[in-house]
Ligand binder design. Sequence first.
Ligand SMILES: [Zn+2]
Length: 280
Amino acid sequence: MMFNLCYGMKTINITQLPGDPFSHPNYAVDLAGMDAGIDVWRAVGNWRCTAGPWGNNTFFFVSCDASGNHCKVRCADGRDRVITLALTHGAGLYVRPVVGKVYRDGQVMYEEGRVAQPGQNVTGNHIHAEIAEGVQISKHYDSSMGVYRMNHELNILKYMFVCRERSVIKNTKGAVLPVCYTAKYSPGIIVPEGKDMLLDIVAKKEKLNIRKSLTFSGGKNTSPVLYCMPKGSRAAVTHFTERFEADGYEWAQVSLVVDDKTINGYVQLDTKSYIIKVRR
Ligand SMILES: [Zn+2]
């Protein structure tokens, strides 16, 4: 089973980019989640903890199969690589990575924190994330950049997807992030965020309700059902709400024509009931 290389946080809120101050001349990013409380990094695909704790509570994880043997993941440039993911600054209050443990898809690997060396500027809870090709178990001091970094480091902004199924984008600091729509590798739906691409929602189950509005009561959408999409039918996506609604799901605004009548409404993005396809 092949997985896309994806961010493991539910909310993508980037606070530092490569090139930003606070020792970010390399390809690392800081993600501050929801800005309040402690957010976590969940495995997208399988990851084995290979080493740690290194400086600033850094742990290293390698992409692997369900048995823990390292294997390739699909990167956002369309190529497959063995990837090492290094996560830094976690507090380890609730989640303490265990070296040798295989974190399977969906499991919590790491939590936000502000663990730092004396004198380092850490303003709030976040996870500092960087990636490299191959199996890496440490960093070396790069005197030309003045930072510790892994060998064969890759620019996380170019190679890691935001998975719409798992994450909502709150702030990218202007970076254009590649987006995929399912954690499992599926060709043809890799879309650079901010670029126009026509997408369809295809009903996977027998009934996929299109609701009139985003009106919730008791955690459920209570607005009228405008249309019930039969299995296999398509609706054009006009907009993603880009946040979790009161029912815990993202919703998409969709449009389709039935019997010469245009229906505009909202569909719940529960991955059990739909798939996303690029418009034919
Ligand atoms: Zn950082």
